[in-house]
Write a protein that binds this ligand. Structure first.
Ligand SMILES: [Zn+2]
Length: 196
């Protein structure tokens, strides 16, 4: 997905309200171009898959909660219209794209079977596919072991607090000095200033 530049990159000198407004306008315009192209590309993919005999819709394929539906499922069938889905998406300077249409994949039975049952079946439309046995409900791991393949899985903090679905982890190091505690990215560089 396209990254929209942060306003702090506009320049080093103080920026005026008019410049900020102009920058927002430019970002909105860039977003519109990107939104239309994304919608068209996704629609072309869906249409090609349907032409190729696709029978199933996989909702949120990149999440830990990917779910298989029939193409006529009342819960998701409108998602096949990517143009309509993206028509309501708006860009917000603070919060990115909202509402952001969930990704889908439209698959033939063979394509779905190649995923190795790593999905759940929709309980509403009940597609005629085999589901994987339920995953173990909870696994305790060290926070430093969180990795890309955990993406989409809801995680709980050390005190049982709900932290939401895992996206990514940034290794950090906690440094205590005479001025207090500092959290630095683990791969950042620090300079040791020796007294000559
Ligand atoms: Zn369904």
């Amino acid at each position: 997905m396209t990254t929209f530049h942060n306003l702090s990159s506009v320049g080093d000198s103080p920026i005026s309200a008019a410049e900020i407004e102009a920058a927002y306008e430019q970002q909105r315009a860039d977003f519109e171009v990107w939104r239309e192209r994304t919608a068209r590309d996704q629609q072309a993919e869906v249409d090609a898959a349907l032409t190729a005999g696709a029978e199933f819709l996989l909702n949120r394929p990149d999440s830990g909660d990917r779910r298989v539906h029939t193409l006529t499922c009342p819960h998701v069938r409108r998602k096949l219209d990517r143009m309509a889905e993206w028509a309501e998406a708006r860009w917000h300077p603070q919060g990115g794209v909202f509402p952001k249409p969930a990704d889908i994949q439209v698959l033939t039975r063979k394509e779905l079977e190649s995923l190795g049952k790593r999905y759940k079946r929709c309980q509403i439309c009940g597609p005629d596919v085999v589901e994987a046995p339920k995953r173990k409900r909870q696994d305790a791991i060290l926070a430093m072991s969180l990795a890309e393949h955990h993406a989409g899985i809801p995680i709980e903090g050390p005190n049982g607090q709900e932290l939401g679905d895992f996206i990514s982890a940034e290794p950090q190091i906690v440094v205590t000095t005479s001025t207090g505690t500092h959290v630095l990215p683990a791969r950042s560089t620090v300079r040791l200033r020796f007294n000559d």
